[in-house]
Design a protein. Sequence first.
Length: 125
Amino acid sequence: MATEREQFEQISADYAVIQKTMNELIISRQKLETQYQENKIVKDEFDILEKDPSSSSNKLYKLIGSILIPTNLADSQNNINKRITYIQSEISSVELKIKAQQAELETKREAILRLRSKIGSGVAA
């Protein structure tokens, strides 16, 4: 019976570690989603600038340190599109990891329930 209790404790500890990892992945996913939304807003603003290329207010500047440097709209759009693509791939990667962790959590939960019932029936006998 001590072996079953030890297994139960080990699986419970594993479950807690997996749950902590899962929470970290969820936080990471939320940060990536925030970055994605921010970059989409910038992309939308670039799309507005494109509609009126003759406007003198369409000048872009990039903040480098404490200096504003003029920048090209096409380069900026290219950079933001690359950033959005990268963030989307990172979100997909994190989502796959979350699904794997969920499956592992479910497996550990089932093992915990089986051992709990064995330990409970062993005590009653």
